[in-house]
Design a protein around this ligand. Structure first.
Ligand SMILES: Nc1ncnc2c1ncn2[C@@H]1O[C@H](COP(=O)(O)OP(=O)(O)OP(=O)(O)O)[C@@H](O)[C@H]1O
Ligand SMILES: [Mg+2]
Length: 558
């Protein structure tokens, strides 16, 4: 009877103490904390809450079969360091700590000098730490031991009471749950961090919305592609981002109603006043319960790829059209020469009336025009040998400046030239580049029938226009003319494409072939009614250009 009462009394006292200590650490369950902070708090509760002077906490590393000291209190810095840096090997070391870790049962040693359970290792530690009484309890989660919590008292202190044994055992159960919780939280954080790293590193724009189409997340690539900032776009409707996609409503319907995946939908968007081409794939986000919880959009900016493809197609078109044109021109040339000769003979006849002579002169002029067209065609299709030599771009422009300013004066156009300073000489064909620039300038003058401004500028490519990071010489020719309508933009480099009555539509085709021969690029920006700016970009590394000259067949385009 007396023993039962004593036991009840102990339990009541223990419960009170345990409650207050558990209360101390329970906040760690509600506010997620790092594992280190959790272990510190547990040890603090053992020393301050349960009144043990020295305490240590070990966790099992199952992969390496180690029992590692993760937190310790009440020892000298040297002892602490020793414990932390020398883990127990669960396969080799036999000590109180490894016994508890392996069996999952607590060990209470009332007299550290006399208890036969102590091994050599334990005796060594006991001597160093002057342990009198030792207690190790397991830390267990769902029956599996995850570590060991230990306390001890020195020889000169009173021993560990039954009450203290009970308290530590009960406390260890709570502590185990908190440790496991914190580990899960940390694993979750790592997983989240990993997912975030993937999203942040992806070159695909990744954007998600809820089922109402409100943006719930977007990665940096999506911010870049759509030109929006995360903080400005969250909660906004997807319609604000994809505003100009006519298919959007249809896409949303297919995803939301039929849970369809949409792959590789291509569309154009306006960004900073420019058209960009996007490849969009979209799919419903389905949660574990099979419910639709949102929409995922994967987006890739493929503007550059499309430009490259178009350029390649243009070159192919030019090559085949060039072949055809050259063939026809060649066939026309002989009969033309024949007609010219006949006309000369007719003109030399004495019996001709004056009006007949006038007609013959007109016919001869038309033949001259046709011959020029034929030689233009042949020029375009089978360019003569290129003569590469080191030339300064400014010198080329100066050589046509007078001609251009004459034309500008006659058309009420203000000419401005801005020559880049210290531009290096590069390997070019002087005559060909001259011809190319003239063709572009003449177009610009023609686009300003009522007068305007013509600006010719030279510089280093990367300063004004980026051409995939390759340094280049840049010539820009801008006018304040009619601009190029969207409907014809894709065709202006096509041979024979013209919007002028007297034009042959070969000017830009020839300019394009010349620049290609120099491994350069022609680009343009245009705004209807405001004007057009053409860029000719010629690579700076023209040793290659000069070398090409040696290998050049000279008669045909490559
Ligand atoms: N600066 C410009 N402003 C507006 N439209 C332009 C400009 N440059 C070119 N174009 C358009 O591109 C078309 C093709 O130009 P291209 O130089 O190839 O031929 P063309 O000028 O019509 O004839 P050609 O040059 O053979 O006499 C032009 O007809 C015109 O519609
Ligand atoms: Mg032209």
């Amino acid at each position: 009877m007396g023993r039962v009462m004593k036991k009840n009394h102990i339990l009541a006292e223990t419960s009170e103490q345990i409650l207050s200590v558990v209360y101390r650490i329970s906040s760690l369950l509600t506010e997620p904390s790092s594992i280190d902070r959790v272990l510190d708090s547990i040890i603090e509760s053992v020393t301050e809450g349960l009144g043990f002077y020295r305490a240590s906490l070990y966790l099992i590393d199952r992969e390496r079969h180690l029992l590692e000291c993760k937190c310790i209190s009440g020892f000298t810095p040297e002892q602490e360091n020793r414990a932390r840096t020398r883990p127990y090997d669960l396969n080799r070391h036999d000590s109180l700590e490894t016994k508890v870790a392996l069996t999952g049962n607590p060990i209470l040693v009332r007299d550290a000098n006399a208890d036969p359970v102590l091994t050599d290792i334990d005796h060594l530690i006991t001597k160093k730490l002057e342990r009198g009484c030792i207690l190790y309890v397991p830390l267990k989660v769902k029956g599996t031991t995850i570590g060991v919590l230990g306390v001890d008292k020195r020889r000169d202190e009173p021993g560990i009471s039954e009450k203290e044994f009970e308290s530590l055992s009960i406390f260890a159960n709570y502590a185990s749950i908190i440790i496991e919780n914190s580990r899960l939280y940390e694993a979750l954080l790592n997983e989240k961090k990993f997912s975030e790293d993937i999203l942040n590193s992806s070159i695909n724009g990744i954007l998600t919305t809820d089922i109402q189409g409100r943006i719930t997340s977007l990665n940096p690539a999506a911010e870049e592609i759509f030109g929006i900032r995360k903080e400005d776009s969250l909660e906004k409707s997807i319609r604000d981002v994809f505003l100009s996609i006519p298919e959007l409503d249809n896409m949303l319907k297919r995803i939301l109603r039929r849970h369809e995946n949409i792959k590789g939908y291509e569309c154009a968007l306006k960004k900073d006043g420019k058209n960009i081409i996007l490849n969009i794939s979209s799919s419903p986000i389905i949660d574990d319960a099979g419910n639709l919880s949102g929409i995922l959009f994967l987006t890739l900016d493929i503007t550059r790829e499309r430009e490259r493809e178009e350029c390649l197609q243009r070159v192919n078109r030019l090559i085949s059209l060039g072949e055809l044109a050259a063939g026809v021109a060649h066939e026309i040339r002989n009969p033309l020469t024949g007609i010219g000769v006949v006309l000369d003979i007719l003109k030399s006849r004495k019996r001709l009336m004056k009006s007949d002579t006038g007609l013959l002169d007109e016919a001869a002029q038309e033949i001259e025009r046709l011959e020029k067209l034929v030689s233009d065609l042949l020029d375009f299709a089978r360019p003569k040998k290129f003569n590469f030599e080191p030339v300064g771009i400014n010198d080329i422009i100066r050589s046509i400046q007078f001609l251009i300013s004459e034309k500008c004066n006659n058309n009420n156009i203000r000419l401005t030239t801005r020559f880049g300073e210290n531009l290096p000489k590069t390997c070019m064909d002087f005559e060909r580049i001259r011809q190319c620039l003239l063709n572009i300038v003449i177009n610009a003058i023609r686009a300003m029938p009522g007068g305007g401004d013509l600006t010719i500028e030279t510089g280093c490519g990367n300063r004004l226009v980026e051409d995939e990071g390759e340094p280049c010489i840049m010539v820009s020719i801008s006018d304040t003319g009619s601009g190029i309508p969207d409907s014809v933009r894709d065709r202006i480099f096509d041979p024979f494409f013209t919007t002028h009555h007297e034009g042959t539509g070969l000017g830009l085709s020839i300019a394009h072939s010349i620049v290609k021969e120099h491994r350069g690029t022609v680009r343009f920006d245009t705004k209807a009614g405001k004007g057009t700016r053409f860029f000719v970009l010629l690579p700076l590394d023209l040793t290659e250009g000069c070398r090409q000259q040696k290998n050049h067949s000279g008669e045909r385009m490559p």
